[in-house]
Design a protein. Structure first.
Ligand SMILES: Cc1cc2nc3c(=O)[nH]c(=O)nc-3n(C[C@H](O)[C@H](O)[C@H](O)COP(=O)(O)O)c2cc1C
Length: 168
């Protein structure tokens, strides 16, 4: 798919079919995350592919937003590897870039997805037994849109360029 098409086709999916990604699809998506840029190239990221019944049950216990996806990426930041300066650290930014790369690659190969922040951090850390070094940043349910999936209500609502940009 052309890049212009990918960025327009990506749309939050809030109802998935039972389609399970094959290894080739998963590898391609993860590779897009692997090559994402990060501050100082520190790559302070860990990706968990949640697809076992047990892991998916845990996701449901900590978030109402799996939307039936049979696989969910859990993207965590590695606190001890992140670039830090007097201005703070880049953990969330590094993770966000990695996650966005993966979402766009997923869209590129026909895999629907959505970014989820609505989860209980404490419960998630406990459920997955994450050590103190890991900061959960987002969940990305992935799969194929169910036929009766709702349209993403805010997908076409974007600020006008005039409001967004100031040329100085
Ligand atoms: C940082 C971030 C957090 C989000 N968290 C949630 C969430 O917890 N639950 C949800 O249903 N959608 C969530 N979304 C999806 C947004 O609501 C959606 O991207 C936005 O409404 C624009 O729609 P579109 O993605 O279809 O263009 C999140 C998106 C982002 C980027």
């Amino acid at each position: 798919m052309l890049f212009d098409e990918v960025i327009r086709k990506r749309e939050a999916c809030r109802k998935f079919s039972d389609y399970k990604l094959n290894d080739e699809e998963l590898d391609k998506i993860i590779e897009a995350g692997r090559i994402a840029p990060s501050a100082k190239n520190n790559q302070p990221i860990k990706i968990f592919v949640c697809r076992s019944e047990e892991a998916l049950k845990k996701i449901d216990e900590v978030s109402p937003c799996r939307y039936g996806a049979p696989q969910v990426l859990l993207i965590c930041g590695l606190k001890d590897q992140v670039y830090k300066s007097n201005e703070g650290d880049t953990l969330d930014v590094d993770c966000a870039i990695c996650a966005t790369h993966m979402m766009l690659e997923a869209t590129n190969i026909g895999i629907d997805n959505i970014w989820i922040r609505m989860f209980d951090d404490k419960k998630l850390i406990e459920a997955f037994n994450l050590d103190d070094n890991l900061k959960p940043v987002c969940l990305i349910p992935m799969g194929k849109r169910s036929e009766d999936a709702p349209i993403s209500p805010k997908h076409n609502i974007r600020k006008d360029k005039k409001e967004l940009v100031e040329y100085i």
